[in-house]
Design a protein around this ligand. Structure first.
Ligand SMILES: NC(=O)C1=CN([C@@H]2O[C@H](COP(=O)(O)OP(=O)(O)OC[C@H]3O[C@@H](n4cnc5c(N)ncnc54)[C@H](OP(=O)(O)O)[C@@H]3O)[C@@H](O)[C@H]2O)C=CC1
Ligand SMILES: O=C(O)[C@@H]1CCC=N1
Length: 272
């Protein structure tokens, strides 16, 4: 397969993560371009990634095979309405915006092949996790292009139903922030228990990495791995009981439900 030419509309956090991952995977800088309304943002991504940047979104899309819409959901409608007249036949639209349906995108852009996906920021390290949904206009070749784009920066899993993108957003799109919160809290607690901050931070991070690696590589599930750490009436047991007494599992469920609801709410508010 020849290298598709990819245009990113919006060159913020997520575009930088995806572009960084694609570049690390060996995609040539010439195959990637980006537009952003901010001159500083354009200069930053051009310097970091060596790609060509544009102030105009339509200009960036000229000749692209794949157009990645990477602006905030709140500006997506205006961006699409401005772009609609400038798109070319056969271009694949890939949207990474939370809560913007493929139907809304087609309302604003006209009938288009649209892949909606929900990546996450570890894509920068090629450790991303994405869910993808293709509308009926997406060809088999375009499906491959989208899978190649997201697969280049980590795990890319297809979804049969678009509504499940909300759940992917709640689990893995927003997910890195939940782990960062736990890392922040464990580091601060370690420090309060007397460890130097740097020591607490390094122990926490290595533990997070080791636990994730073990869970990935193991043939038993996370619950069994947890049981193996937990000696009867030991230290882990004391900590886990404290988590559970505080309603940890119910809180996680509430938090993910809030993210899932917010994704659906954004679709309702911004999709008209
Ligand atoms: N961050 C994350 O972890 C994830 C984000 N997403 C989705 O990715 C999308 C982008 O998020 P994120 O990268 O965090 O956001 P950012 O704000 O970092 O990036 C968006 C960029 O688009 C620019 N922009 C705004 N309006 C326009 C316009 N009209 N034309 C061109 N560029 C414009 C913004 O400029 P300015 O700053 O001036 O507004 C900004 O530089 C969102 O839709 C979000 O839902 C999906 C998965 C994970
Ligand atoms: O917080 C957000 O809305 C975006 C979508 C997933 C991660 N960040």
């Amino acid at each position: 397969m020849t290298t598709p030419r990819i245009a990113f509309i919006g060159a913020g956090n997520m575009a930088a993560s995806l572009i960084g991952g694609l570049r690390a995977q060996g995609m040539p800088a010439e195959a990637i371009r980006a537009s952003d309304r901010g001159a500083e943002q354009r200069a930053k991504i051009a310097a970091e990634q060596g790609i060509e940047v544009f102030a105009g979104n339509a200009e960036a899309c000229q000749g692209a095979d794949v157009i990645v819409l990477a602006v905030k959901p709140q500006v997506m409608k205006d961006v699409c309405l401005d772009l609609a007249a400038h798109l070319q036949d056969g271009q694949l639209i890939v949207s990474i915006a939370a809560g913007i349906s493929s139907a809304s995108l087609e309302n604003w852009l006209g009938p288009r092949a649209v892949v909606r996906c929900m990546p996450n920021t570890p894509s920068l390290l090629r450790l991303g996790a994405s869910g993808l949904y293709a509308n009926a206009r997406v060809s088999a070749a375009q499906r491959q292009q989208a899978e190649r784009l997201l697969g280049a920066v980590g795990l890319a899993l297809w979804l049969e139903e678009e509504r499940l993108i909300d759940a992917v957003t709640a689990v893995s799109g927003s997910g890195p922030a939940y782990f960062f919160l736990l890392i922040e809290a464990m580091t601060a607690s370690g420090e309060r228990l007397g460890l130097p901050r740097e020591t607490a931070a390094r122990l926490t991070l290595q533990t997070a990495l080791g636990a994730a690696r073990m869970a990935l590589d193991s043939d038993v599930d996370a619950a069994e791995l947890r049981r193996r750490v937990t000696s009867p009436a030991g230290t882990t047991d004391a900590a886990i009981k404290t988590f559970q007494a505080g309603g940890f599992e119910a809180l996680v469920e509430q938090a993910l439900k809030a993210a899932d609801n917010r994704s659906a709410e954004l679709a309702e508010q911004l999709g008209q």
